[in-house]
Design a protein around this ligand. Structure first.
Ligand code: NAP
Ligand code: ZN
Ligand code: ZN
Length: 354
């Protein structure tokens, strides 16, 4: 396959500062080096982290900011030292495009915890403009160590994109805390991450309870694989599950009362936070932790080997995200809808519309 996009004229969508809507931008990509894979991007998922970052809700956003770390596409060129990828391959890129490769985390395949991890956007780079630019673009060039094989059918490609962040961010803690048969598992918040959490926990054989603030998602949650659904605003429904969970994965993108969920854990249970709201949660009551030797934990995306493991598991079990496709120029409306929890369940940008 030959590419028609020139490396120095890649169309993208991004923002010039925290208070501006996203707009069309022209960006450069480097020529592929010896270890690089050049990818023409077909689709890019829209993660809530994109909104936090581009609006500078977390410290340190660098502008121009081109978000996007749920990237899928085709290889259009490879460097001379690349052995594992060839032109035409279906590939993905998630949240990581580089790391130190030498620390304990990198050696363990947990590049996500490397102190020098380079994010797919907003990470330091030699390339102009001095920081990485993400997947709301036509093309990306990435070192082969951070490129993933996609073994789903090519017709599923758009719905595979969200696996590169929402999939791995839920898979990694579900595996780390050994979710499987005989375990009662809660997934809090049914958005991009949460809906993948339900599908994956179900596929791993756990008894899955979905928690939502949206009555309208009750039926959907069952279809996604939840055995039970709780509308978390309903005190009686919450009370029915006191002290019964082995593990809860909390994906909520906003500050909320963690104690309401901690008390649902049984002795030695763990609640892991993956949501990173702009405003801090109120501190949990220490008593709710010490009383039952409970753990409150966190988890950040996942390493490259476990991302490939998750992609292969999903290909084998025919798991993809539930998506709503958008054109590039619909991105600002999509953000507004996501903030209202109004997406079923991941927006994916058709990068052919850039
Ligand atoms: P999303 O699609 O917007 O889903 C978030 C869900 O949280 C909503 O659909 C909603 O579900 C629930 N929610 C939102 N506001 C709420 C509120 N005020 N009270 C209670 N529930 C609320 O977001 P996402 O892309 O899944 O991302 C979720 C969070 O994870 C974000 O903070 C994102 O930055 C973070 N994230 C972290 C990592 C990591 O590595 N740790 C990776 C990716 C994303 P219901 O309608 O069901 O209540
Ligand atoms: Zn993400
Ligand atoms: Zn490292």
């Amino acid at each position: 396959m030959t590419s028609t996009i020139k490396s120095d004229h890649v169309h993208a969508y991004g923002a010039q500062d925290a208070h501006q809507p996203l707009e069309p931008l022209a960006i450069n990509r480097r020529q592929p080096g010896a270890h690089d894979v050049q990818i023409d991007i077909a689709y890019c998922g829209i993660c809530h982290s994109d909104i936090h970052q581009v609006r500078s809700e977390w410290a340190g956003t660098l502008y121009p900011c081109v978000p996007g770390h749920e990237i899928v596409g085709h290889v259009t060129a490879v460097g001379s030292q690349v052995k594992d990828f060839k032109t035409g391959d279906l590939v993905g890129v998630g949240c990581i495009v580089d790391s130190c490769r030498e620390c304990e985390e990198c050696k363990d395949g947990l590049e996500n915890y490397c102190d020098h991890m380079v994010g797919t956007y907003n990470g330091p780079t030699q390339d102009a403009p001095g920081h990485t630019l993400g997947g709301y673009s036509q093309r990306i060039v990435v070192d082969d160590r951070y490129v993933l094989h996609i073994r789903h059918h090519k017709d599923q490609l758009a719905a595979v994109a969200p696996l590169l962040c929402a999939g791995i961010t839920t898979w990694s803690p579900l595996r780390h805390w050994q979710v499987g048969p005989g375990k009662k598992v809660g997934i809090v918040g049914i958005g991009g991450l949460g809906h993948m959490g339900i599908k994956l926990a179900h596929a791993l054989g756990a008894h899955v309870v979905a928690f939502t603030t949206s009555e309208s998602k009750r039926a959907d949650a069952k279809a996604l694989g939840a055995d039970e659904v709780v509308v978390s605003k309903n005190a009686d429904e919450m009370a029915a599950h006191q002290q019964s969970f082995d593990f809860i994965l909390n994906t909520v993108a906003a500050s909320h009362d963690l104690d309401a969920f901690l008390t649902l854990l049984k002795r030695d249970g763990t609640m892991t936070l993956v949501g990173v709201p702009a405003k801090a949660h109120p501190s949990p009551q220490v008593f709710n932790l010490v009383a039952k030797r409970r753990t409150l934990a966190g988890s950040m995306i996942g390493g490259i080997p476990e991302t490939q493991e998750m992609l292969d598991f999903c290909a084998q079990h025919n798991i993809v995200a539930d998506i709503e496709m958008i054109r590039a120029d619909e991105i600002n409306q999509a953000y507004e809808r996501m903030i209202k929890g109004d997406v079923k369940y991941r927006f994916v940008m058709d990068c052919a519309t850039l």
